[in-house]
Write a protein that binds this ligand. Sequence first.
Ligand SMILES: Cc1cc2nc3c(=O)[nH]c(=O)nc-3n(C[C@H](O)[C@H](O)[C@H](O)COP(=O)(O)O)c2cc1C
Ligand code: SF4
Length: 679
Amino acid sequence: MASNDPLLQPYKLKHLTIKNRIMTTSHEPAYPEDGMPKDRYRAYHEERAKAGVGMTMTAGSAAVSRDSPPVFNNVLAYKDEVVPWMKKVTDACHEHGCAVMIQLTHLGRRTGWNKGDWLPAVAPSHHREASHRAFPKQMEDWDILRIIEDYADAAERMKAAGLDGIELEAYGHLMDQFWSPRTNTLDGEYGGSLENRMRFSLNVLEAIRKRVGDKFIVGIRYTADEADKDGISAAEGIEISKRLQRSGMVDFLNVIRGHIDTDPGLTDVIPVQGMKSAPHLDFAGEVKKVTGMPTFHAARIPDVATARYAVAEGLLDMVGMTRAHMADPHIVRKIMAGREDDIRPCVGATYCLDRIYQGGDALCIHNAATGRELTMPHDIPLADKKRKIVIVGAGPAGLEAARVSAERGHDVIVFEAAPEPGGQIRLSAQSQRRAEMISIIDWRMAQCAARDVEFRFNTWAEAADIEVENPDVVIIATGGLPHTEVLKNGNELVVSSWDIIAGDVKPGQDVLVYDDAGDHAGLQAAEVIANTGAKVEIMTPDRSFAPDVMAMNLVPYMRSMQEKDVTFTVTYRLKDVVRDGNRLRAKIGTDYSDLIKEKNYDQIVVNHGTIPMDEIYFDLKPASVNLGELDHKAFINGQPQSIAANADGKFQLFRIGDAVAARNTHAAIYDALRLAKDL
Ligand SMILES: Cc1cc2nc3c(=O)[nH]c(=O)nc-3n(C[C@H](O)[C@H](O)[C@H](O)COP(=O)(O)O)c2cc1C
Ligand code: SF4
């Protein structure tokens, strides 16, 4: 029976029928190899296509020119060899009825010069972009003509690869660098009036149309309001939208609101957790209304209800659920099966996007199979043999192990000392801004409940409690405890970041937060203290503070703390703490010299990762078949664990997550998935 769900209605774009209204907007996960979308890339898109997404906009900022070197391992659309690789991606997705397009761009000043072919970045002005820092060459006439042709060449390659269409990127990149008075200081026919500032993009469209014809789908993803003074205003953006429509060369508009030349700007365009959902949806709807053009949009529409509303209300024709699909590639399949409650929620952690700006690949904080489709399953297959699996610890690692083991069909018991599940995640979620993190736990608890996993809360498990269960496998996922023993003297005088976040210790009035772990806990504790009106100094021995928090995640912390009494001190190492009356005197050194200085505070908070809670592991080790040993080769290659060093052993014993060594949520969940999928 045909569904009447607005999200599941087909959409006709020119000659192309897209089977439903859900798309993934262009997002470069930085999976290319040598700039080419090879097997990993294809498997990633194919997984979403198989599960029913209507359209996938592949790549993200695929480069049309050699002087647009990748900022995060983008597809090199300026090479002919891209054609067969893109064809494979396209064919694989088409096989499942998923429409496929690609985003093409020239990054202009939004890149660096010291990579690729070492050509200078180019832009219609000398103005540097704050995020990427290149001082661009101001473009000459021959740069303009060359790049127009590059766009047309790249479009032709994509048509040859069998794609359904292309999208040109015009927010923060070369096209809108021409549009915006902030970034265009050219004289002559490409600078000055709006007509002149739009000339470059219209010339590009003309060149593309000449090559690919009128039938091939060509759209544009563009900022229709830079939301910044001196930038493109909403009124001018609407005028740009109308001119694009009137040009007759554009088949769809994919609306962006904002500017991305700074980390805070980028974060307003792509909001992270704790920020408003769907903040630009109404604006996109307005553009659709005034232009009558097919309109797409994505910006934190993480849930099906909001997506459905966007389409039902006629605000959008295609709704982008991009990070939502990184968290769960099977969204459409689950909607169709009436299983929306099973969708693994995107919690807006933006670990995915922050990683690519640090040179990594995009990974989801709580779906370790995303981007690893060649080795990690999104659907867990049943095991050949049912086993009894006992897990100690109900944090992210323990719960992922429980979920995966239960999906394998095993009998699963989870012991947890605390009254509630969650471990460190529960702590992170204490801050209102990070409250969504708890969905990582809630989703797993619901999945476990549906598969009859037995939980024993408020139970401090001893080795004997485990052995009496006669398990086949024991997994220790007990996590860690804050490690504050970093000083020569005075360890007993400091408190941990967790003490502050959990509310176990009242914040002082004049506080040093010494953070040499560089993760969220340090900044989160500092924010809790600063919120009380206290004076806070955040100190690190590193060159920059909180490196593991990364660009977009740093934004809400800075917005919250910069307006309070908070200072940042880098390159200093806390050595000793002594009592000085009712204050604490800190002895502060540096790795760069023998310099020592002293400063008084009334509280010192240390953030130095965790130390594993591994007692039960070592108690159980002698009774295990494998003596706790993990066969790394099998673990990495996706084979079952078969070490049997102890003939008298009664069960296999493994340890995962921070119970092994302090890492992060993704590492804990990946440990659990990798191990449990082969049990
Ligand atoms: C890993 C990653 C890479 C991205 N790269 C691009 C890109 O190259 N071009 C682009 O237009 N948008 C890019 N985006 C933005 C997405 O297309 C989308 O606008 C954004 O994630 C907001 O939508 P969402 O809330 O549904 O995720 C990227 C997003 C992610 C998560
Ligand atoms: S890392 Fe966070 S924002 Fe990115 S897909 Fe996963 S849950 Fe969503």
